[in-house]
Write a protein of this length. Sequence first.
Length: 408
Amino acid sequence: MTERQAVSPTSAEVAARILRAEQRHPDLVKVRRMGITAEGRPIHAVTITDPSVADWDKQHVLIAAGHHGNEESGRLIALALIGWLTLPSALEVRQKQKIVVMPNMNPDNAERDVYDTPDGPRPFRDHAPSGPRLPEGKALEEVAYKLEPELYVDMHARGYAGCSYDMVLWSEPATYTEGDYLLHRIAAEMAEAGERAGIPNIAHPLSWPGFMSESPDVSSACAFAYRQFKSLPILTETCESNEYAYPERDRVRSGLAKLKALLAWGNRRHPKLHHAGYPCYLIGMFQKGLVAIGRTAAARRQSRVALWRNWNGFKAFEVEAPEKPDEKRLKVDYAGPALAHGAGFQVAVRGHRTLRSVRVNGRKLRPSESNGYHTWRQGCSTFIVVSLTDLQPGKYGIMIAHAPANRP
């Protein structure tokens, strides 16, 4: 337990360190000025990726820190993350992901070491459906709309907690989907990584009364990222205070360990989803859900965002019941705008099956990830995705016939 005497890093120190990272690693690090605060300070975005690998098959990540000026730990951990991402140990992350870090979202308040913005909305809550009003909110949304990120992370600090515990939290997702299960699992892994690094951690939904509420004028950055892009929305809180805090190196070590555990999700595949990467492209359940389609991360990103913004247009997506042992019939009724990037319909059947035929409105489909069907086996089930490109409004009858089950 140590006493802290001075605010660090200041806004000037953050700017100097990220510019130094760009000078040392000009091939990996790009710094952009996305806006200017009311007092004339820059709002920076730092992009880290491997330019030797084409961007079209990379996951996109947006990480923001320092939304509240008196929360130093977020800025410290963001700078440590930028440093780690340039190391050989982060090669796989750089090759498979494009990561944008905004390490100091509230430079003016960082100089004052204060939480609240003197006038107007707080930058973190400046993301209502009506649009942002502050330069900080506008800067974040400009980056987000360009990235349409699979993952959004907001790093905060429990500014009056002192030597207490850290938190990993997530925005509560749409009901009756796998979102809560996935986010809970991700947050639990992050919390465990933080504890292995030496600081106690807890994980729970962002369910504080009023915290995630939306109105025409108020909405959090996490809610914005989920609402607009179906990004995985994660928020971290690091314990600190101006009087007492764990040593800086310990807070950074634990915070960085959590981020490494989180970024690892972008490099692996959930066994009940077909593609590797962050598990954000499913709407619904593993056993019956809508999924983004496409051969590349860029194509699936376009499909995911369009599908998410129009999923209320699916008036029906039902499996005919009771289900027959060797046949599955789906009824789809879509009344939204045409989906030029397509949609996938994922279902699962018990046992290891060989498909005999897949038909949509009587038309026989061939195996294809973009306009047909594909399958894989997991556990005691065979998963099937029926992919339809350029989905038009209308009613669709999907019939899947499969051979009797083989023993798993």
